[in-house]
Design a protein around this ligand. Structure first.
Ligand code: FES
Length: 117
């Protein structure tokens, strides 16, 4: 019995406060948004699930783009007003975001959005 060793393991009890709150936005496919392009004087109504890039294409505008998944930064445009939901992969810096820039290829308009393009 001097060499006998016993261990017991059990799963930790997870408390409600241990779960981090996520502030991620769920895009509503049925919600409509409007996107206006100030320099081009064009605007359109789109779904929130559309991107700023696809809204531009819908109006006949060509925002330069390449990767179309938020890496290269080619589609960077300045947002004048409104909110977007942007999920990028490093194609924009936090400083640029703070200055009002968004990546058109991976930004969904939430409500009315005005873009300086
Ligand atoms: S096209 Fe590459 S980040 Fe938008």
């Amino acid at each position: 019995m001097e060499q006998y060793h016993e261990e017991n393991f059990e799963a930790p009890i997870i408390e409600e406060e241990d779960h981090p709150e996520h502030d991620d936005i769920i895009i509503d496919d049925d919600a409509k948004s409007s996107v206006s392009f100030t320099k081009s004087k064009k605007d359109t109504r789109v779904q929130e699930s559309d991107t700023i890039l696809s809204a531009a294409k819908k109006t006949g505008l060509h925002i330069p783009s390449a990767c179309q998944f938020g890496v290269c930064g080619t589609c960077k445009v300045k947002k004048v007003s409104g909110e977007v939901h942007m999920v990028h992969n490093g194609g924009i810096t936090q400083e640029q975001i703070d200055d009002g820039y968004v990546l058109a290829c991976c930004s969904n308009p939430l409500g009315d959005v005005v873009i300086d393009f």
